[in-house]
Design a protein around this ligand. Sequence first.
Ligand code: PEP
Length: 252
Amino acid sequence: MRKYLIAGNWKMNMKPSEAKVFAKQLTDSIKDVSSDVIVMIAPPFTALQAVGEAIKGSVIKLGAQNMNDNEKGAFTGEISADMLLDVGVEYVILGHSERRQIYKESNEFINKKVLFALKKGLKPVLCIGELLEERESGKTNSVLKTQLVEGLKNVAKDDMKNIVIAYEPVWAIGTGKVATPEVAEETHKFVRDTLAEIFDKTVAENTIIQYGGSVTDASVDGLMKQPDIDGALVGGASLKADSFTRIVKFVR
Ligand code: PEP
């Protein structure tokens, strides 16, 4: 039976000192979360250590927002998998639309990071999603299929148990325009069917597929009621303790 994964992507917000206090507050407000919900927070790199210490012994898991695909060396400004593991990171968000759009990350490049993260024992959260013009011109499914096929290239079937897919329509991220539960479910079903094509039905049934894009405490319940939506990747609403706590404690 699949679990739900509710994850907070803090993006470039929260100084280490603020992050530590906020994370501590969350450990308290989230401590009685249902056992079928995994909670993860992904602060900026500079706050990982402080947040890791603040959430130690709690139900909250630590995630990073990116990672380099090389072991170590001359990669100025980059962060390695070992550095993340050393401060207690378990999950790493890869291929977020902001990295695809602003930093021009390609499917091929993201795939290298996915494979390297798996090799190092980190759990990739592979983000996929279509632009507004792609949805409007009927290209959603083909865009998502390419992102999945290329992003998961050479991933062993057995490694899929350590991968999470985050479906995040780009037009919904940070815009306040959340996809309706019906639109999101239809697309999640397509993503799951595509995983069955690439791997097999068992892999498809067992993979956590999160929805991301303007999820709030007001929209989470409707989304989580859908059979193929297994959690949420939350940006803006993960920066406030009361809204993130309510999202984590969604009602089905
Ligand atoms: C995100 O950054 O992954 C995201 C979904 O952001 P927001 O919830 O703010 O739309």
